[in-house]
Design a protein around this ligand. Sequence first.
Ligand SMILES: Cc1ncc(COP(=O)(O)O)c(C=O)c1O
Length: 314
Amino acid sequence: MDMLEPDLRKEEREWADYTNCPIVPGIKPGFPRNCMKVYLNGQWVEEQDARISFDDRGFLFGDGVYEVVHIYSHRFFEWNRHMVRLRRSLKAIDLPGIDLEAIGRAGEQLLESFDGQEGALYLEITRGAHPRSHPFPSADVLPTILMWIRPIAPLDPQWIEKGVSVITVADDRWAKVWIKTICLLPNVLAKEKAHKMGMFDAIFVRDGMVTESTSANVFIIYQGRLQTAPVSNYILPGITREVILEIAHENGIPVVLEPFSVDDMLNASEVFLTGTTTEVLPVTQVNGQVIGQEAGAVSRLLLRELKKRANTVS
Ligand SMILES: Cc1ncc(COP(=O)(O)O)c(C=O)c1O
């Protein structure tokens, strides 16, 4: 008999029996510790028990949106900004009625049960399960809400120090890239192309102008100024991008929010990617052309300041 059992509340015991997971007194009912917890439609289930219908519109149509939130020092980084963007994405795909406060509470509970200091929360919301048919299902079909936290594999220190190599590819994505939709096939194909060529990532180019990479925004240091593409329907407005722009401002780094060409990027003194899990990642080769031998001074400063902020602010 578990020594802790006399202290357990009834619901906790029931949950422990149900999930067959060890639990710790004081943890809210429904929170078995030491198991990979997945939040699925208001239930807490073990990873292997999380089931989604083959009729789910996320699976059939890519009809859904998502967010990824970085956890530093066991706290969500920029949770509110992620929720603002999620609300925008939900509105853009006309998926109303999602209680973001409840999602916040569930996220906090997931975080409580997460053992590590650093990780990422993945949240996906789809238009729910209904026999396949293009029009929206009736309003009584509930959305699917799925959320989990996993530790993040740290970026290779060599990449941070020496930078990564990328290729450029045509940006043949749709014209609503600003929505954080789960339809990521063009991104996946471009990333795979880069990997097959032994490169870290692919940078999208539309009409000669750099938009972003497959999963990050792109910055350059060009003519002494920090430059990135302005917010438009052709980029995802990255949360990290926003934070980096704030840090640049605080540090007196001049910023230009204007589109830049592949040639500008090739002639830049520094190129780097930003993203929730990418953080600030220097790029030192583009299409085989060398930008620098190692991470540049501005990239280093911005990464250092991002980490500082991430480990002190939630
Ligand atoms: C296409 C794309 N651009 C930019 C980003 C960076 O956004 P964030 O900084 O919010 O992670 C991502 C992140 O997933 C992305 O997928």
